[in-house]
Design a protein around this ligand. Sequence first.
Ligand code: FPP
Length: 252
Amino acid sequence: MKRKRRITAEQIAQRIVKKGKLPRHVAIIMDGNGRWAEKRGLPRAIGHKEGVTAVKRVVRAAARIELPYLTIFAFSRENWKRPRSEVSALMKLLEVTVRREIGELHENNVRLITTGRIDELSPRRKSALEEGVRQTAGNTGLVLNLVFNYSGRDDILRAVKRLVEEAATGRADADGIDEERFDASLMTADLPEPDLIVRTSGEMRISNFFLWQAAYAELYFTSTLWPDFEAKHLYEAIEEYQRRERRFGSVG
Ligand code: FPP
């Protein structure tokens, strides 16, 4: 019987780079850590720990193809509703991971940025993130956007409030508020819109992630649980993206 040759992640990487038309910004809703752990009879926190290993794989994979922007959605404002022990495990993991990995990120020219209400985190978590951002601020390679304590509706609401305030104090007028101005009032003002949004674990929702920003993003859902996500999964998602035709409301 003829055995089918398995294609490696590196081969897919070469194929997608050769094809061109790479996305500029890929955003990932990392889902399925809990189920990954439960399937193995392990505490959910172990699933999150494995999730960090998957993050590392994916950052390397993104840098390999010179992706300009990678966003990872690590904690939503709704995630505070989880049991206290899980929230605290996630917070600790955030701090430990950022402190432990920042050196390697820096060596690899990765620039860490954050999106979300970092101001609401405890001083220790906040300073870990801020230090990481400061340390890598001059890097020119992959921009890694860590989305933490973020909700899309909250982002929109804050932008509206800011614009209303600007209008009330004469710094904006209603007619001058267009999409560009609104964009610039969002927490993602300095980022290009995501071209591709990937969600793992078989759930097919946006779950209050980038709502405004996702207007023309291509969506890609995979049943792979986040801790099982590897370089080849990212490349497969990008390959699917390259097959799609983006029309932005126009005709093909
Ligand atoms: C979703 O899985 C995952 C999260 C809510 C947290 C994601 C966090 C990490 C991967 C670790 C932190 C990352 C960094 C970079 C510090 P779930 O718990 O909702 O899984 P389930 O749907 O199977 O229950």
